[in-house]
Design a binder for this molecule. Structure first.
Ligand code: SF4
Ligand code: FE
Length: 484
């Protein structure tokens, strides 16, 4: 089985025994919990499209490890064409789900760990890459979802891991034996963690020798003993517990994040891909970040397509679609959205082959991509809210619309252009609300700001990756300054 179906994926999650907490209670059946279920559907789409004849070329790939046809989310990129296909695949999934579909963090982690474990092996004589590729074959063959687990809680940001008041504020190795290692700590903001089969832990920052216990990369089954998940709540999340679907906006799909706590978790050596090699932590973080920053040039663009479509529809339902300023604002949305896509494609076509054979995106352009993502979705959302009008935030609930007395009154007074039912207006306004204020804004806006690193992280990378002396030389030559 190298290509699981969407239903088989859901069943595979149901068979797991994760400890999951939400709203102060431990929940027994996370896969079918109404708050989590839309996020399961979003991941399931990464399986479903792999079986669709129109999309299998994007959603699947030939494994460089086994030659089998696998889901692209488990693939090591073998060419710039693979990198481009990844961005296109993510845009498609954003269009089909209108949310974060969660599976990319694992894919970006595989490629980063492959590249850096190979470099460690070459420099230090370790055998991490072989072990990692054996692990990845298992992931590919079983078509697993893997939570790439990077972000530590970090405590006092001014202090390195070993100087924190509590040594567990960064995940670290607390014990080593002949059989393996034991890790303790937590990871926060973990996208799709509760929908994952496996967790791939990586360090969160560049480390010095004094902090080498924190230099750890390893893989564990997501329901192994000692792991606890705490669901991260989202704006309007309890609307999913109400009867009806309209008020949720995007009632079938959604993302989720969770705090993942590692209470002394044992990891056998065959699943350890870094243990103490602090010199390579910075490179692992930067390589993963570059991949994930490029991914946003696909997924956020797909969600942007949904929001642009919703904005055009609400303009039409309200009878203003032919106003020149509305047309111009829609063009502005398109311009911003396609600029993000252009960045995602550019860093992919400029990708390079690394020593492991895996292709890496152009780091500088990937950071440009993500820096634009920290801004443009907010501008797109602002235009959507402008065109949607005030009813976006003042509309009565779905239950009021179905009330025998006030329902017909609301139908009558909240209608827009006469050829469209009030309910269509209601549904599209709720979708725009979802994407720009509510549940979906977690993925489309706040995650655009902070996911794969906050904007300052991209600016630091850009200042490091730019050859300023070269630019100075260009200017000096043109200006006739000979000494430069
Ligand atoms: Fe994938 Fe985008 Fe979600 Fe990251 S934010 S996991 S790239 S869909
Ligand atoms: Fe993300």
């Amino acid at each position: 089985m190298t290509l699981m179906t969407a239903d088989a994926f859901k069943d595979s999650l149901r068979r797991m025994s994760k400890r999951v907490f939400m709203f102060g209670e431990e929940i027994k059946d996370p896969t079918d919990h109404p708050v989590i279920q839309p996020s399961v559907n979003a991941v399931a789409m990464t399986y479903e499209l792999g079986h669709h004849p129109d999309h299998e070329a994007l959603l699947t790939a030939e494994s460089s490890l086994t030659g089998k046809r696998i889901n692209r989310f488990t693939h090591l990129h073998q060419s710039t064409d693979d990198l481009v296909k990844k961005v296109k695949m993510l845009r498609l999934l954003g269009q089909c789900t209108g949310c974060c579909f969660q599976r990319c963090v694992g894919m970006d982690s595989f490629n980063a760990v492959d590249i850096v474990s190979d470099k460690m092996d070459q420099a230090l004589g370790t055998n991490y890459n072989l072990k990692f590729r054996e692990y990845l074959k298992h992931v590919q063959d079983e078509d697993l979802v893997v939570d790439g687990c990077m972000t530590d809680p970090k405590g006092n940001r001014a202090l390195p891991p070993g100087e924190q008041a509590d040594p567990d504020l960064f995940l670290h190795v607390i014990d080593e034996s002949k059989e393996g290692i034991t890790i303790r700590g937590a990871k926060v903001h973990q996208t799709g963690a509760i929908n994952s089969h496996e967790i791939l832990v990586m360090p969160t920052r560049s480390l010095k020798e004094t902090d080498k216990d924190y230099a750890v990369a390893c893989a564990i089954p997501a329901d192994v003993e000692g792991i606890i998940y705490v669901y991260g709540r989202q704006a309007s999340d309890t609307r999913k517990l109400e009867a009806g679907e309209i008020d949720v906006g995007n009632y079938r799909f959604g993302g989720h994040e969770a705090v993942v706590i590692f209470n002394d978790v044992f990891v056998p050596w065959e699943r350890v891909f870094m243990c103490g090699e602090y010199q390579f932590t910075g490179e692992m973080v930067e390589t993963f970040a570059a991949y994930h920053r490029s991914s946003y040039g696909g997924c956020k663009v797909g969600v942007g397509d949904v929001l642009i479509g919703a904005t055009k529809l609400i303009a039409t339902y309200q009878g203003v679609e032919n106003a020149s300023h509305i047309k111009d604002k829609l063009v502005e949305m398109i311009h911003l959205n396609e600029t993000l896509y252009a960045c995602g494609l550019a860093c992919s076509t400029e990708g390079v082959k690394t020593t492991s054979g895996t292709y890496l995106v152009d780091m500088a352009l990937a950071n440009i991509c993500k820096l634009n993502v920290t801004r443009f979705p907010y501008q797109i959302a602002s235009i959507a809210q402008d065109i949607a009008g005030g009813l976006l935030v003042t509309m009565p609930s779905e239950k009021d619309f179905s009330h025998p007395e006030i329902g017909p009154l609301l139908e009558k007074y909240l209608v827009g252009a006469e050829s469209y039912p009030t309910e269509w207006r209601q549904r599209i306004l709720r979708l725009i609300e979802n994407l720009t204020i509510g549940l979906g804004a977690v993925g489309y806006l706040a995650e655009s700001m902070h996911g794969a690193g906050s904007p300052m992280a991209q600016r630091i990378m850009l200042s490091r990756l730019t050859d300023m002396e070269h630019k100075e030389g260009l200017a000096a030559t043109i200006a006739g300054i000979k000494e430069k």
